[in-house]
Design a protein. Sequence first.
Length: 411
Amino acid sequence: PIFAAEATVIYAGDLVDVESGRVLNDRVIVIEDGLITGIGSRATLDDMDVPADAKLIDLSDMTVLPGLSDSHVHLTSDASVHGYKRLQVSTSAAAITGVVNAEKTLMAGFTTVRNLGAPGFADIALMDAIDKGAVPGPNMIPAGRSIGITGGHCDNNLLPYEYEAKSGGVADGPWAVRAKVRENNKYGAKVIKFCGTGGVLSKGTKIGAQQFSFEEMKAIVDEAHLLGLKVAVHAHGAEGIETAIRAGVDSVEHASLISDEGLRMAKRNGTYLSMDIYVSDYILSEGEAAGILEESLAKERTVGKAQRERFQAATKAGVNLAFGSDAGVYPHGQNGRQFAYMVDWGLTPMKAIQAATIGNAKLFDIDKTHGSITVGKQADIIAVDTNPIEDVSALEDVDFVMKSGVVYKQD
Ligand code: ARG
């Protein structure tokens, strides 16, 4: 690999301990072979097992945190290309866009992302290239093709009938959707994404209308779970959300119009809500220039604020909250802008940071190896020069990034 991990000792001025929810002072972190092998204090450094060749990184005037994660991105999408402009983008071009955006995402401090849908398995190829060390990027959990009904949010509805345009993940009926799950798994997907309601950015779909019957959703979830894959559903409308939770999904993406009953169901089942409450600002200010259809802008005007209010209700209900941004709809590398919104709408900075670290790691089922600065876990570590517990917007400008013991950024 071109990115090799060295034995390292980090001096951390403040360290955000997301497991205990506390900030610790003057910590020392020892890293070997990409893993955290020791944590102590400057006073106990002499008693710690530090490799002789370890290099010192002094972050004693910074706040150190675990690498951030985002449960909902589309690395292969370009935020300045929406609507009919997207018809010009080949899968090969999307893959190259993904390489560029993977680096931006990592440099913004996001060391793990779930990529919830890409054309032609471009996201699987990207994950493989990153894992080999051929290109810089976050640890990826890719979905491959998003599964959806004919004419639904996960289909391509832009062209008239004679073009026979159809997205790769379209299937109707319980066995057909099971087959899609199996195909995604065959070609390397690590999570299953399906569309359970209409969406904002798709032509001719209604946000409030459920897509897939309960039987189809149940078939997707059961098949994915048999294969050991988690399921993320795109859903805005209350009924689609409730039906998907009943079918056993692991996370609801957007969850914009979730009902009180939906919140109760999510709480009871431990379902995560991955609410992208920043992106509305981008869609309504930059969307038109990027090619977003007028009908989509009209839908966004009905959903953006309502979603923030439902996010606030979710914080009060104590539901599991993921950090998911839908970056790709808006520019990659700006994922961190959502933190300030999550704090404005009901979370403490610590809770917002926990959602983007240990919380997401639990949803992704990688919390034994990722999500906190803990001995035995991957050395995914970032630092900022302003304490994010006092001003969470500090996470919009990350100064230091290490992934699996390799330093990618040091300002
Ligand atoms: N991809 C989503 C959709 O098209 C974006 C929704 C963005 N809006 C929002 N308020 N979260 O439905």
